[in-house]
Every structure is written in C-alpha cells, then in structure tokens.
Design a protein around this ligand. Structure first.
Ligand code: IMP
Ligand code: MG
Length: 197
C-alpha cells in the first residue's frame, strides 16, 4: 500500500527545510532541553495551531517528565508596519505557579504574539519561563522576546508546511517551504485579511 500524500501546493512550491533536516534539528533541541532541565519536571505550553506538529515531535525527544498544555491566540495585522493586536482564543489550564515553563512556538515573526503570551503567563508567577521556537524570522522583529531555543532562522518568506498554514491549508505537508504565488497574494491581502495563527 502506498503512503497517502498531503495536498501539494502547486508547481511554485519550493522546499526550504526538508523533513529529514527538521527531524534531526528537533532531536538536537530535545537533547539540549533534556540536559538544561535535568532532574526537573517541565510544563510545555504549545501555541496553537501552528506548533502542534512541532510539539508532537519535540516532546518525544525530551527525556524528562513533561506536562503538556495549549494556548491559542489570533493576530489581526492593522497595517504593514506590523502593529498587530493579539487576541486570546484559548487559555492554558495547568496551574504554572512555581513551575518551569517552556513555550513551544512554530515561528516568531514580529514577536508581538509571543510578547503578549509571555506577559500573560508571567502574571501567574512560574519559577521560570522560556521560549522554544522552531522558526525565527529575525528581520521582522518588532518586540524583543528572548528565545532560549530556536530551530532555524528563515528569511522574510511566508512559509507553510509542518503545522504552518496558509488560510488553514497545507499544515500536513511534511517539509517546510514557500510558494511564490501564495506569498504575493498574502501580501496583497494583508490589510484586509484576518491572518489566523
Ligand atoms: P508574530 O506575532 O508576528 O511573531 O507572529 C507569529 C505568528 O504568526 C506565529 O505564531 C504564526 O502562527 C504566524 N506566522 C508568522 N509567520 C508565518 C509564516 O510564515 N507562515 C505561517 N504562519 C506564520
Ligand atoms: Mg503560532
């Protein structure tokens, strides 16, 4: 029986980070986290929806007791200057007071989403709060957010696959890549479109 294939985004799809490279990098990140938190039990808070595949792979490469929780936020870009406002859609349930917390993010772009999430979680007085992101777009940063663990730096492309979507599609692609046409159309619609995170 042949393996079913995810929906393909078309001819202009260009792979940036192949699945095998993602797998190897995440194993190294998990190993590092295991060493850094030796003897501790950590809480991983995954930022939905984009980080669900990353979380699933990361958690299986961490050899520590882990609690898992989820948070969901949406950003509404109000201008091309990236002064987006962030709205919380779903909150985490685990009591994190006095706990070592690691936020698991798919991509840090302007940093505004993460800044708000960190501020919100800090009011609950965790013992520590750190960030683990699969992708980082340093050229787009507006808010300064410290990232303890970062998988790959990417240029200012709109990327899809491995959990990341374009209008809710292509999350199930095994590789991370870009589609030139999608990028153009996204830029055109940025002012009026709700971008789901
Ligand atoms: P920020 O608030 O600008 O850092 O935006 C972060 C959120 O926007 C991420 O959690 C993603 O879900 C989403 N996002 C940013 N860049 C991309 C991308 O290239 N592809 C898909 N989603 C993205
Ligand atoms: Mg996200």
């Amino acid at each position: 029986m042949s393996t079913p294939q995810a929906e393909q985004p078309g001819k202009s799809f260009r792979i940036l980070i192949p699945a095998e490279q993602i797998r190897v990098r995440i194993q190294a990140m998990g190993k590092q986290i295991t060493e850094d938190y030796q003897g501790k039990r950590i809480v991983l808070i995954s930022v939905l929806k984009g980080s669900f595949i990353f979380l699933a792979d990361l958690v299986r490469s961490i050899a520590l007791p882990v609690d898992i929780d989820f948070i969901a936020a949406s950003s509404y870009p109000t201008s091309s200057k990236s002064t987006g406002t962030v709205r919380f859609v779903m909150d985490a349930e685990i009591d994190i007071q006095g706990r070592d917390v690691l936020i698991v993010e798919d991509v840090v772009d302007t940093g505004l989403t993460l800044e708000m999430i960190c501020a919100r979680l800090m009011t609950r007085r965790p013992a520590s709060l750190k960030v683990c992101t699969l992708l980082n777009k340093p050229s787009r940063r507006v808010a300064h957010v410290p990232m303890e663990y970062s998988g790959f730096d990417v240029e200012d492309y709109f990327v899809i696959g491995y959990g990341l979507d374009y209008a809710e599609r292509f999350r199930n692609l095994p590789d991370i890549g870009i589609v030139d046409d999608l990028e153009k159309s996204l830029k055109r619609n940025l002012e009026k479109e709700l971008v789901r995170v």
